[in-house]
Design a protein around this ligand. Sequence first.
Ligand code: CA
Length: 432
Amino acid sequence: MTPILRAAAFAAVVLLPASQAGAQSSTPAAPASQPAAQAAPPAAPTAAAAAQQAALDACVARLRTEAIARGVPRAAAERHLAGLERDPSVLESLDFQPEFRTPIWDYLAGLVDTQRVDDGRAMLERWREVLDGVQARHGVDPATVVAVWGVESDFGRSTGRKPILRSLATLSCEGRRQAFFRNELFASLRILAEGHVDPAVFNGSWAGAFGQTQFMPTTFLEAAVDFDGDGRRDIVGTVPDALASTANYLRRAGWRTGEPWGWEVRLPEGFDASLAGRTKRRPLADWAARGVRRVDGRPLEASQTASALLLPAGPAGPAFVVLRNFDAVYAYNAAESYALAIVHLADRLRGGTPFVTPWPTDDPGLSRAERRELQTLLLARGHAIGEADGMIGSLSRRAIRDEQARIGVPQDGRAGMKLLAALRRDPPAASR
Ligand code: CA
């Protein structure tokens, strides 16, 4: 798994919901995060497009030969690489730089909200027997497995709609990571040749992450598991396979059964914040000796276990001491904010509380329900932002900037609690 691209695939799903909305929504406003695409003329096939398609066809023909040479069965290579249409949108996603950096409190507010905690607890109940079996076989506890499932695909509800072969063929023949994507393309052909996944539903993110675990194809070949024993490793349509595959991935990434991920902690006055950093590992005893305590007041154990201190929003925000299992989650998707979302959601599924130390902001982030409410209020004011789907894309941001200008606050386009409160207080009828 290549962390950068794995993170990019994830970003398309969670950090930049508008591009995912583009993939999933049938409304014409869909490619909201890419205004350039909206400005383009309607898709009448031009001479340029025909030439690009012809170039792709020639490239795919070469890749078919290479795939067969690398051991992909000829029938599968011929069948699945036939008639693939170029998808320029995945090339845009490859080069897309977010114009808006999500603050960590917004990121966590959307990923670990009441709705996901409630859904996750229901899933723990519903899949208890399978999850117990997964724990017995792979050593990862049910709450952690369900937390990954909830963040990666909203418990299987949101797995991406881009045809994997079409995306990977385009990315294998154009753009700046062709060698990487060719490997993924060959892996995806192997997956189909082995019959693990139904080709009709072999869809996913623009970068090729698919299924309820959002594995890249090469990761699938390394880590996916046939838990229900039907001979197929089906992370798309078989929940037990998906849950066991996640646990197997985490175990291979170094998960230690029974060990906590870490704890929220409190720092002593005058603590040297330069000691923080996920790779600046010290024995737990060292933090304890420096006066770091768990936020519940209990001491850190005075052991030699390697650990690190995280200050995701600087010394004024919540602080965490993390152990090996945090790194295992980080391996799933190389972003500390991602790993923190997973381990915190897992804690909440076990009945844990929100973080004790507040984020250093007077304008907290919004849950998905609050984002939908904000969008509903924007729609009521006549902003054409598409559906109130809880995903804040560039159309929503533009509308937010307009409303921020109207009420005289800085126009940062951010969906925060202050703006929601202002719009709640000030219904459109009173303002127009
Ligand atoms: Ca299976």
